[in-house]
Structure formats: structure tokens, C-alpha cells
Design a binder for this molecule. Structure first.
Ligand code: IVH
Length: 608
């Protein structure tokens, strides 16, 4: 159905696909924002989102408060103050081949009504794979620094940005406008990222999937002294609000930014015509692995700023710029085994264990195999040599088997039929309302399954939920293994359990201070915002955005709990109607809440 053009879809098909897409987007949003651990490439994510938005614009009745059109980019986290950007921070349209670049140029000529022989110059800049930031200078002094956030409102990370040596506190030279928002990319060099991860692995602390997530995680620290220790760098390439214009071309603007003290990428070039763009693209692609930082393409911008102004924007992207993306990087290696990971909702995800191989400068040991159908589709078997691909920013993917016809090849992989936990619960494939079977196999043991139980606890303590200082994943798992924490309430009991705390104080690697910090961290969360609480419960389909919508609607826990319990009784109840209509969340969400609210049952049974 995903291949059917949106204008050919029946209403039922559209509803069914839309439900599936919104659930997938919520899942990927959570992975990206809460765990800094995306599973699909930005391009694949964008394709899902584009399709959902297309369906929504043709069938506006599908729109809910938690639909893709209402949720833009990253929700601003509550730990930083909000900053409204003077001018929105937009994103770029992508081109994947020379044909799309030619279309881009043709569109510009058409829009500006230029004669065929007119000359359109561009500036080509490496597309740095980091996160964008906006720096506001008033009278040449840095007054505020913010992340992009959803494009209109970002997070105030001024103190953190001030710790970067690349970001001047005061502008040098002369000629800067009284007010200027300088924009660019915060990134981490590859060698510094590798060194950080190696040290973190040795210390048993958190590692990051790639330099971009590392940069994002480092910039969004509550404590700026931690950011100061991280090797972050900055390249300036754009601007937002300005009190006066300061250049006539993109090229001159880059020179001005450089003169005022900002690093400007030295591989940026002014190119006289579109033909020159390709040569530059090929050159950068060839040098990509030796630059020392990740780039995922080249950005082409119309050089003349008066033309940029005339060209303006379509929706959230400028007509005067495009990102020409690099193809994903590939390599071959041997599949040494297949491990199963059990997720919070019982999903069994196969993960390929690979003989370590370098792809695009990064050593790869694992790749996702998604689900049993994907293994069957690839017919990948242990011992096979496989081609894998890394799209720059995500977990690598296996594309296919190279030596399927070799003699003595192993048997097809048999996906487990029961959960890998000691309960050995049968795995099920769910079917949706239209009778379509899911590709995901799930354990139905829920909280009785030890794997799901620990994933639930991790989610409860995660950054966007209870975020308990001193109780990281490592400590949580250790306390769970000792039998101290089996359900969320045990966390709060632990802080009052003198005997256990005394044991901890006497242990190596703990001691007086850590125990005091742990107790303080737990006590600080005895009262918590309702949206974080709802999100922390880890109900399927209730992501961060939906939790915010629900918390706003119900204001306090008793009203929300009463509505969930009543909704569990079924369709005629008033609460069901209230959840459905008054609060504009999708039926999927109401069903999930109802299912998670069995009135007479203890949701956290004793651990098996
Ligand atoms: S210009 C209105 N130039 O790419 C256009 N963006 O996909 C503003 N990026 O959010 C962006 N290098 O984080 C521009 N030389 C460059 C860039 C660049 C990296 C990032 C930036 C932006 C994203 C858009």
C-alpha cells in the first residue's frame, strides 16, 4: 500500500496506513530524542514523515493533536528555557543525484524568470553532520545561544555554547550589525569522538552511536562544565535576524563571518555555474574520510542574496538552497551470529553480530536485522559474507549476501518461537484493525518477562521521564539484579531503606557521597510534572508528545487515572468519549491507555 499514490488511496486504506505511520514515527522519535540512538537514516525517517503528511493533507479528518503535522521536530525539553528564534531555523530539501540538482537550478531560473544565457553563481559548502545552533550578538557581544528545537523555538544553551573555543564571546573586526544571529553547526571531530567512546567503554559509562549524537548529547548537558570537557567545534554558515544587511552575496557573508572571528569551512567554494557544483561534490566525496569530521553531503546556495530574498521559502525549506547528499558507505564482512534483543513492549529484534569491519571510518560490529521477515527476505545465514551499509548517522544495515552459492553453507536461521526469557512465553504476531499481520514478534509476558521488566524500569528512569540523578542505567541494572528494584515504587523505597544504603556505603565504587547523591536524586523526583509521569509509565504508543497533550488536558493524576480506568470499561463510558474527543488524541492512544488500565490487576506483579 505504501507504493500506492496517496491520491489513489481509499479512506480506509489511508486511515490504516496513517495509523501505522504515526506509530512508526513515534517509535523513531523516541529512539532519536530520548536515547540519541536512531535506528533508521534521516532520509528514511523523512520519507515516512512525508508520506504521513501527504496522507494527512488529503484526509484532514485524520489529524489529531499527536499527528505528524502537529509535532514538529524535537519537542523542546523542559530542562532548558525556551528561546524563540528571531527568524525560524529551517531545514534543507535534499537532492540525491545530478538530475535533482539540475531540477533545482531549473526551478531557480524559472522562478526568477532568467533568460537562458543568464549566469547563476552558487556557493557550495560541506554539509556538516552535527547540530545547528543560533548565536545572538548584540553590539558585538554574545547574549544568547540556542539549539534549533522545532525551528521556531529552541533551547537556551547559552552557558554551554560559551564553553566552545570556536565561538567568540565578542566579535572581532568591524562592520557587524548591531543585532545578528549567527548560525552554524556544532560538531565533534572523529578522533576526539573515538577517544571519548574508548574511555567511556573502559569506564563502563555511556558511549554514543556517532559523532553527531555525541555532539548533541554534549551540548545539551545541564552542567556546562561537562560540555566544557567535551571536544566540540563550530562552523558558521548562515544567519538569522540581523538589524542591517551586511553583505550582497553568500560568499561575502562567509568572509565577513570569518573576519568577525568564526571558523568558516575552508572547503567552501564559490562556483560560477551549476556544472562546477558536480566537480566540487566529487572532490569532497573523495576526501570525505580524511576531513576529520563527518559530512553527509554538499549544500548549494544561490550566491546573490537579493535573489535568495526573491526566491524565499516553500513550507520549511528555502528555494535558494539544496543539500546534495552522499550515497551511503558500504563494506563486506562475515555474519558471526544473530542475537535477539527484547524491547520494552516485548518485541524481539534480531541483531547481526559481525566480524568487525570499518565502514566510512567507523568500526562496525553489529547491524540491525529488523525482524524475522527481513532475515527470510535476505536469506542471511550464519557464516555468510554480507554487504552492509552505513548511512552516516545510523545503525548499519545488511543489504544482502555475497556468497550464497558457496558449498557447505549453513541452514536458514530459525527465529525463536518462544521468548528468550526463562518463562519461554510463546511469541505472537499482532494483527491490526484491518487484519494486517505485524512483522514484529512479541513476547506477551509483559511485566512478568524479566527482559521487558528491566526495559520498563530503564524507560521509567530515562532522561525524558523521571531522569533520576545518580541512578543511571548501569546502577539500575545492578540494583535490579540484586533484587532491590523490581518495580518503580522500589526506587523510592530504596532511598528510605537504611540497611540497603548502609550496604552500598561500604562498597567499593560507591561510598558516602554517591549514596547521598543517589538519595537526593530520588527525593528530588517524588513530585514530578504529570507529562513526565505519564510518559514514564511506558504505555505503548504514548510518547512524549502525547503525554504532554494528555497532561495538559487532565491537569492532575486523579482525573487522568479515573478516565483511563473508566475507558478500560469500553466504548460507552463517558471517559472513553472524553479521551477520544475532548483531548484530540488518536483512537490508538485511547485503546493503549484502556488496555494498560486493567482495574483489578496489579500492573507490576511479583518478579518471577
Ligand atoms: S544552511 C535555511 N549550510 O543541515 C537553510 N545547513 O538539512 C539553513 N547543515 O539544519 C541551513 N551544514 O543543521 C546549511 N553548510 C551548511 C550546513 C547546514 C550542515 C545542516 C543544518 C541544517 C541541516 C538541514
Amino acid at each position: 500500500m505504501a507504493d500506492t499514490a496517496v491520491d489513489q488511496l481509499t479512506e480506509d486504506q489511508a486511515r490504516e496506513e496513517f495509523t501505522r505511520l504515526t506509530a512508526a514515527l513515534a517509535h523513531h522519535d523516541a529512539l532519536y530524542h530520548s536515547h540519541d540512538a536512531p535506528e533508521i537514516s534521516d532520509a528514511d525517517y523523512d520519507a515516512l514523515k512525508r508520506r504521513a503528511l501527504e496522507i494527512e493533507s488529503r484526509f484532514p479528518e485524520l489529524t489529531m493533536a499527536d499527528s505528524p503535522s502537529q509535532v514538529v521536530g524535537a519537542a523542546v525539553s523542559s530542562q532548558f528555557a525556551e528561546v524563540r528564534h528571531g527568524v525560524p531555523m529551517l531545514s534543507l530539501d535534499n537532492a540525491f543525484d545530478p538530475g535533482e540538482v539540475a531540477d533545482f537550478e531549473a526551478r531557480i531560473r524559472r522562478f526568477l524568470k532568467l533568460p537562458a544565457d543568464a549566469h547563476v553563481a552558487f556557493v557550495a559548502e560541506p554539509k556538516i553532520d552535527g547540530l545547528s545552533a543560533s548565536l545572538r550578538y548584540e553590539n558585538g557581544v554574545l547574549v544568547r545561544g540556542a539549539t534549533r528545537g522545532d525551528g521556531r523555538t529552541g533551547e537556551d544553551v547559552t552557558a554551554n555554547l560559551r564553553t566552545l573555543d570556536d565561538i567568540p564571546e565578542r566579535l572581532s573586526g568591524a562592520g557587524w550589525p548591531e543585532v545578528i544571529e549567527v548560525r552554524g553547526e556544532v560538531y565533534a571531530p572523529n578522533d576526539a569522538f573515538d577517544a571519548f567512546n574508548a574511555a567511556a567503554e573502559a569506564a563502563g559509562t555511556r558511549t554514543y552511536a556517532n559523532p553527531r549524537n555525541f555532539a548533541a548529547g554534549s551540548l545539551r548537558q545541564k552542567d556546562p562544565t561537562i560540555t566544557a570537557k567535551r571536544p566540540l567545534r563550530f562552523f558558521a554558515y548562515a544567519w538569522g535576524e540581523v538589524s542591517a544587511s551586511f553583505a550582497e552575496t553568500q560568499w561575502d557573508a562567509l568572509q565577513a563571518l570569518r573576519a568577525w572571528g568564526f571558523p568558516v569551512n575552508d572547503r567552501s567554494r564559490r562556483v560560477e555555474d551549476a556544472a562546477g557544483l558536480m566537480a566540487l561534490y566529487d572532490g569532497l566525496q573523495a576526501d570525505r574520510a580524511t576531513l576529520g569530521y563527518d559530512i553527509d553531503g554538499v549544500v548549494y546556495k544561490v550566491d546573490r542574496l537579493d535573489w535568495q530574498a526573491r526566491l524565499g521559502f516553500v513550507a520549511r525549506t528555502p528555494r535558494w538552497a539544496i543539500a546534495h547528499k552522499f550515497p551511503a558507505q558500504q563494506a563486506q564482512t562475515v555474519l558471526e551470529g544473530i542475537d535477539i534483543q527484547v524491547g520494552r513492549t516485548g518485541s524481539h529484534t534480531p541483531v547481526a553480530r559481525l566480524h568487525p569491519v570499518t565502514v566510512g571510518g567507523v568500526v562496525v560490529r553489529n547491524a540491525t536485522l529488523h525482524n524475522a521477515d527481513e532475515i527470510a527476505r535476505l536469506d542471511v545465514r550464519i557464516g555468510d559474507t554480507v554487504t552492509l551499509q552505513r548511512a552516516g548517522d545510523v545503525i548499519p544495515q545488511i543489504l544482502g549476501v555475497v556468497d550464497a552459492d558457496r558449498p557447505g553453507r549453513g541452514e536458514p536461521y530459525e527465529f525463536p518461537h518462544v521468548c528468550i526469557c526463562p518463562l519461554k512465553t510463546a511469541l505472537v504476531k499482532e494483527t491490526n484493525a484491518s487484519g494486517v499481520e505485524s512483522v514484529v514478534r512479541r513476547c506477551t509476558g509483559e511485566l512478568a518477562c524479566p527482559f521487558q521488566r528491566i526495559e520498563h524500569l530503564k524507560h521509567f528512569c530515562s532522561r525524558r521521564a523521571f531522569d533520576i540523578e545518580g541512578l543511571g542505567e548501569k546502577q539500575l541494572v545492578a540494583f535490579h539484579e540484586r533484587g532491590w528494584i523490581n518495580q518503580p515504587a522500589d526506587i523510592f523505597r530504596l532511598a528510605r531503606d537504611e540497611a540497603k544504603l548502609e550496604t552500598l556505603r561500604a562498597e567499593d565504587g560507591y561510598g558516602e557521597t554517591s549514596v547521598r547523591n543517589l538519595v537526593a536524586g530520588i527525593d528530588a523526583r517524588r513530585t514530578i510534572a504529570l507529562d513526565r509521569f505519564i510518559y514514564g509509565l511506558g504505555v505503548r504508543d504514548i510518547g512524549e508528545q502525547t503525554s504532554i497533550v494528555l497532561a495538559r488536558a487532565f491537569e492532575a493524576w486523579p482525573a487522568f487515572e479515573a478516565a483511563c480506568l473508566a475507558a478500560a470499561e469500553g466504548i460507552p463510558s463517558e471517559a472513553w468519549v472524553r479521551l477520544n474527543e475532548a483531548h484530540a488524541v488518536s483512537p490508538r492512544v485511547v485503546a493503549a491507555l484502556a488496555e494498560a488500565s486493567p482495574p483489578a490487576e496489579d500492573p507490576w506483579p511479583e518478579a518471577p
